[in-house]
Design a protein around this ligand. Sequence first.
Ligand code: AMP
Ligand code: FE
Ligand code: FE
Ligand code: ZN
Length: 283
Amino acid sequence: MRPVIDLHTHSSVSDGTETPQQLVRAAVTAGISIMALTDHDSTAGWSSAAEAAQGTGLTVIPGMELSTRQGSVSVHLLAYLFDPTNPDLVAETARIRTARLTRAESIVARISADYDLHWEDVVAQTSEGATVGRPHIADALVARGMVANRSAAFAGILHPAGGYYEPIYAPSPLEAVALVRAAGGVPVLAHPATSGRTGSVPEAELKRLVDAGLFGLEVDHRENTAEGKEQLRAWAQRYGLVMTGASDYHGAGKPNRLGENTTTPDTLDQIIAAASGAAPFIG
Ligand code: AMP
Ligand code: FE
Ligand code: FE
Ligand code: ZN
């Protein structure tokens, strides 16, 4: 039988609502054969996910979704099978997580001038040590009954135009691609064609990323537009990049369902062959 491969999921180590153990169980139940764990800016869930996968038949591809920034545009970079102890990558992700915390506190301080929302509310929605982001502020707003769900929070108070937004410190996509490669990992641009743009990076920048070792584009993702996917397929062809598909599952935090988009076994084989930093956990 053809394996079902989903290369983009989040646990409570970042902004997913399920622990790595619960996420692994959900993947097994959903009939996934191979799942990448790609929490934002953290590898803290790798060992629990590997442990939970033992004996289930599920293979876990250790990964991460790195925050990067190109000017004012937030660009996400998926990274697979890198060495989680690589000092430069460890230092950079620690720096991003710390900056995220300061930024979230600052956003909440400004919201609390207008709404009955406090930092403790956000802490209550965040697992210890987790990569903090707007999703946790959204959950606090939901818990306070101010909005119905995360999506509503993102459409209003947390929207960049909502009046409280602040960008996060993050390396450039180019620096991030180089870091991941240097750690033996395989970098793939996450959902690069969302919200009407044909790409979250212009083609000239994409070329630079390819030269630095970018390996693929996440084409099949629910937030990529139809025209955007066409552009991404053309770019993949032009620059010799692999194309992946994935759910970007966040548990109850987003409508995205496990396995709603998938990656072919052949593409995953290419990713594994290009990696030298870590091995898949075969459960
Ligand atoms: P941040 O990195 O703190 O700016 O927050 C961005 C994160 O929020 C992304 O990683 C998404 O997972 C999540 N997110 C973005 N838009 C939405 C939405 N409409 N509903 C739920 N989560 C969202
Ligand atoms: Fe997220
Ligand atoms: Fe993302
Ligand atoms: Zn994601």
